[in-house]
Ligand binder design. Structure first.
Ligand code: SF4
Length: 338
């Protein structure tokens, strides 16, 4: 809940509004799992809250740990659905990759989650709950520093709940996380991208591009038929990006599909008018997929062309491959047989 909503609850119970911030402090800063522990609240208010609301942590059914320290959490929701979140430690950063939907309707060809179809949107509490569940699985001395909406689902297709989540995450009465530490990744829902940056200034946007022609992009990411490349890039050019910030574009490297020298040159041309940087991603195969990852030499040659054209191009090394936690592999085990 937001602070306004909790203030209303408190007022309805005949208490003073400052109690709302006390309650939220217990929930977010102290991780309270029961109203009974909120001992600085009047007993009558605690009883009122207990009667009408629930507070608690999501249940994690499985945690798998990869050799590289990546941890995949399978979180069981109240209705029995399961979602995945991934903790990715790297140097001083610990990134949490979060899900926004159960499954996804966007049907990207290279993505395992797409095979599930969309089961349902997550609530804000289920999205925020992933942070609490992840905190439980941190090693001693670890702290979550970055949050990326790159797990299951297209976050901008669950827009109202995403905004509610981001409000809770970034508000000082909530989790007090700087928007600069949060990245929302989208396959390119243009109207929602524009609204997001207006509503949550400073949040980072990552746009999944994956192709340099409409023909190929429509195959790999069918949403391109609705929002074609030229419209997507024109929209990106006009986004209110903060000075010194750039939009991250993501490009999954598929052998013989989108990894040629000609592709790299076209990509350079497409991104030249933008404040952009690009992340090249090794493709992670999953059962039933006919696509293959580009060899490292091809990825490096692709990167070299972009760099020579003055585009910041990084290669994202796959993490957590041995526990199927890498990009595109998030596909709740329960659905594998479906
Ligand atoms: S890549 Fe993202 S948007 Fe595309 S199907 Fe997978 S989860 Fe959905």
């Amino acid at each position: 809940m937001t602070v306004d909503e909790v203030e209303q609850v408190v007022a309805d119970a005949g208490e003073r509004r400052f109690r709302a911030r006390q309650i939220l402090h217990w929930a977010h800063a102290r991780g309270a799992e029961s109203f009974d522990t909120m001992l600085d609240l009047p007993a009558a208010l605690r009883a009122h809250l207990k009667h009408r609301f629930t507070i608690g942590m999501p249940a994690t059914s499985v945690v798998s740990r990869a050799a590289d320290g990546t941890r995949k959490l399978l979180i069981r929701l109240a209705d029995g659905e399961e979602i995945e979140s991934v903790i990715i430690p790297a140097d001083k950063r610990v990134t949490l990759c979060m899900s926004s939907q159960v499954g996804c309707a966007m049907a990207c060809e290279f993505c395992a989650t797409a095979r599930m179809g969309l089961h349902r949107n997550l609530t804000a509490s289920e999205i925020v709950g992933q942070i609490f569940a992840a905190r439980r699985e941190l090693d001693r001395g670890e702290e979550l520093t970055n949050f990326v909406f790159m797990g299951m689902g297209e976050p901008l297709a669950n827009y109202p709940r995403l905004i509610r989540t981001l409000t809770i995450m970034t508000s000082e009465w909530g989790m007090n996380i700087s928007p600069r530490r949060i990245t929302v990744s989208t396959v390119g829902l243009i109207p929602a991208m524009e609204r997001l940056l207006a509503e949550i200034p400073g949040v980072n946007l990552a746009v999944s591009l994956h192709a340099t022609t409409n023909e190929l992009r429509s195959r790999l990411a069918p949403i391109n038929q609705r929002y074609p490349l030229e419209d997507l890039l024109a929209a990106c050019r006009n986004l209110p990006i903060k000075r010194r910030s750039r939009i991250m574009f993501e490009y999954v490297m598929l052998a013989g599909v989108n990894d040629s020298i000609a592709d790299a040159r076209r990509l350079l041309k497409l991104l030249a008018p933008l404040r952009a940087k690009i992340n090249l991603i090794f493709y992670n195969p999953f059962e039933g997929s006919t696509l293959n990852t580009s060899p490292r030499a091809a990825v490096e040659a692709f990167q070299a062309i972009l760099k020579n054209g003055n585009l910041t191009a990084t290669i994202r090394e796959s993490r957590g491959l041995d526990i199927a936690a890498a990009c595109g592999q998030l596909y709740a085990e329960q659905h594998t047989a479906a």
